[in-house]
Design a protein around this ligand. Structure first.
Ligand code: FES
Length: 115
């Protein structure tokens, strides 16, 4: 089910924004006219990803340095400490841009189950 997250214009090119989608926090990342939606919490220790470095392809968690592809949520850089904690994959969600609005595909309870 698609949920209206916010206006495309609310995120600058190269920017990111945390929104509430279906009662859960989702991190939106924009590059040009493309937008990705991922869980706002790092899979390692559930700390916020919103303060991480966004390079247009991946997000780097500022706490322990893990990097995740926003295309499929795969971990592209794995500090040794991550081997024993957390998940390898960042949950991602479908995005549709319609009439200047960002719609995020999150089923009821999907974010909660992914954590
Ligand atoms: S909480 Fe993100 S890498 Fe540890």
């Amino acid at each position: 089910m698609e949920h209206d997250a916010c206006a495309l214009a609310a995120i600058s090119d190269g920017g990111k924004k945390v929104v509430a989608v279906n009662g859960e926090k989702v991190l939106l990342l924009r590059k040009g006219e493309d937008v990705w939606a991922v869980d706002a919490r790092c899979p390692h220790m559930k700390l916020p990803l919103s303060t991480g470095k966004w390079d247009g392809k991946s997000i780097k968690c500022r706490f322990h340095g893990a990097c995740y592809s926003v295309a499929d949520g795969s971990r592209t850089k794995a500090p040794w400490l991550l081997a024993s904690a957390g998940s390898d994959t960042l949950p991602t969600y479908s995005v549709t841009i319609r009439d200047g609005r960002i719609l995020v595909g999150v089923a009821d309870g999907e974010v909660a189950r992914a954590s």
